[in-house]
Design a protein around this ligand. Structure first.
Ligand code: F6R
Length: 241
């Protein structure tokens, strides 16, 4: 990856890493930017840091609009394992965020639902700052191997390793949804600024492959090499890589 496109910070611990990220995005939060958000383990310490700044420093999220990356098919607010519920629990109920959107998981017509989400992103003026984690399959959002560079929000089938990684959450592989709705690679690459995070050795290896490996649909995170403004923040976990 061309160095001018990408800044990489490697911190000793997740809290320090998330303080750095919260600093970078603080003015955007204050002035009411459109943020793209992620679920999963990686963003949790950032959401904790945002919550702390909101409570202790009065950081206001009132003018922020957020768009989440993805949602499991068949799940919505009524299900504790939906990404909507995750976001409600971990962030939306803890800060005074203005407007929050999560892709629909309950739909009759996936194409219409996907188009509706794209329209909402466009209507907001587009995503200014996008937070990303990376999955074992090389996915960003739920853009699994085979996802095209110009893909948009759509219904996708989850890769086997992605479903395996969700077994603990759902309590059995047969309970993990097989499909999801995700922003596309093209949708993600339209964000003005992208911050990719990863904690520990496994994530560091995935990030390295994304940034230094060939740009290919086989490892969709590699398309981040095509973006003009990516920041990568990595950290050690419990003092060891
Ligand atoms: C979540 C998402 C995924 C995760 C990735 C890493 O909204 O889009 O791409 O960021 O699967 O998940 P964790 O952070 O749980 O390892």
């Amino acid at each position: 990856m061309k160095a001018q496109n990408c800044r990489i910070d490697i911190l000793n611990d997740r809290a320090a890493a998330c303080a750095l990220i919260a600093d970078e995005v603080e003015d955007r939060v204050r002035f009411g930017a459109v943020l793209g958000l992620a679920t999963g383990a990686s963003p949790l310490p950032l959401y904790a840091e945002w919550t702390r700044r909101h409570r202790e420093q009065g950081l206001s999220f009132r003018s922020v609009t957020s768009f989440n990356l993805d949602e499991y098919e068949g799940l919505g607010r009524g299900d504790p394992d939906s990404f909507q519920s995750f976001m409600d629990r971990e962030l939306f109920s803890k800060v005074n965020i203005g407007r929050t959107l999560v892709p629909p998981g309950l739909y009759r017509d996936p194409e219409e639902a996907a188009k509706g989400y794209e329209r909402q992103i466009k209507g907001s003026g587009g995503i200014e700052w996008q937070l990303l984690g990376i999955g074992r399959s090389g996915h960003i959002g739920f853009n699994e191997p085979g996802s095209a560079r110009d893909s948009r929000t759509r219904r996708v089938e989850l890769a086997p390793e992605t479903r395996e990684d969700a077994v603990a959450t759902f309590g059995g592989l047969d309970r993990v949804p097989t499909h999801a709705m995700t922003m596309g690679i093209g949708t993600i690459l339209e964000a003005k600024r992208i911050v990719l995070i990863g904690w520990g050795t496994e994530k560091a290896a995935l990030v390295r492959r994304a940034l230094d490996g060939p740009i290919t649909e086989d490892f969709p995170a590699s398309f981040l090499q095509l973006h003009p403004s990516v920041r990568v923040v990595l950290a050690e976990v419990e003092g060891a890589w």
